[in-house]
Design a protein around this ligand. Structure first.
Ligand SMILES: C[S@@+](CC[C@H](N)C(=O)[O-])C[C@H]1O[C@@H](n2cnc3c(N)ncnc32)[C@H](O)[C@@H]1O
Length: 292
């Protein structure tokens, strides 16, 4: 099996967690035994996979590059999120959790979970009574998320997982979320099909993303913010010019909400609703897998 090349000279990638049994409060170093066995991935190497979609011109979304970029910016990721969005990102994730509407006893996947803020929002939305698995393929982001979950005493298990090749059986999740994540997929359609596969019939998916061309009176201001201010502040705070130039570049080439909805339907989802947020700067797509 070919191995993913990664940041920091490592050749392969190991997810950080041991999802073995324990008290579930994280204090014994073992995390949330309530996650069904089928969903526990433990430490695993993430395989590279064949990719059918060529990268859009000018943007290289090869898995190793995306992982390397997020591992570099991980330490300042949360700070920059709050700074660049003026805190709006928190409200957007809360809205995504509200749209998912988790109910007690359900199991949800937060894919591209990063430092775990949406996984936390989903858990809080259900008052801790739905289970959430936080999955991502960047070790450094997951490690920060794990610290956060432990600090807050909220038992959310993590899984090292590539969105294009999810390490979960079919039809195991009641719902799934992905915030600002699927835009980074090398092959969006394959990632959407994977999300569809792991959802139970009737399961719902909430995808939160920026939109490429927000309309309305604030559009020029938004364009200035995304195209000029974000790369400038990103450079200043994260000291990683390429990562925060990647944001406007990838958003600019991202499908418009209707086009993304069409891709979700093509992946198999029976219905897709679009909820525009903050004058259309971002959109939450709520998709449902049809009953069998
Ligand atoms: C912009 S961050 C978003 C993190 C989090 N969802 C949030 O709302 O802050 C994007 C995350 O997607 C992850 N990611 C990108 N491509 C991925 C893939 N193919 N499989 C798993 N995770 C991926 C990155 O590692 C990163 O943590």
């Amino acid at each position: 099996m070919r191995k993913c090349s990664l940041a920091q000279g490592r050749e392969t990638y190991d997810a950080p967690v041991g999802l073995s049994s324990g008290t579930g409060d994280g204090k014994d170093g073992k995390w949330n035994p309530r996650v069904p066995k089928a969903l526990r991935t433990g430490r695993r190497r993430l395989p590279c996979r064949p990719v059918s979609e060529p990268p859009p011109p000018g943007i290289d979304k090869a898995a190793g590059k995306i992982q390397a970029m997020f591992s570099r910016i991980a330490p300042r990721y949360d700070l920059l999120n709050r700074l660049l969005s003026g805190g709006t990102d928190v409200a957007w994730r809360n809205e995504a959790a509200r749209l998912l509407a988790p109910i007690p006893g359900e199991v949800h996947l937060d894919l591209c979970s990063g430092t775990g803020d949406l996984a936390l929002a989903v858990s809080k939305r259900s008052r801790g009574r739905a289970r959430v698995v936080a999955a991502d393929f960047t070790f450094e982001m997951l490690a920060l998320g794990l610290q956060k979950f432990r600090r807050k005493g909220i038992p959310i298990p993590e899984a090292g997982a590539d969105g294009l090749n999810l390490p979960f059986p079919a039809a195991v999740f009641d719902g799934a979320t992905a915030a600002f994540g699927v835009r980074n997929f090398e092959d969006l359609d394959r990632g959407l099909r994977e999300l569809f596969r792991v959802l139970k019939p009737g399961g719902r998916l909430v995808v939160l993303e920026f939109t490429p061309e927000p309309a309305g009176p604030l559009a020029p201001l938004v364009r200035f913010h995304v195209r000029t201010l974000v790369p400038f502040l990103g450079r200043l705070v994260s000291k990683d010019p390429s990562a925060y130039q990647y944001l406007p570049d990838s958003v600019g080439r991202w499908p418009a909400p209707e086009a993304l909805a069409a891709r979700m339907r093509a992946a198999g989802f029976a219905s897709v609703e679009i909820h525009l947020l903050a004058f259309g700067i971002a959109a939450a797509h709520v998709a449902r897998k049809g009953a069998p």
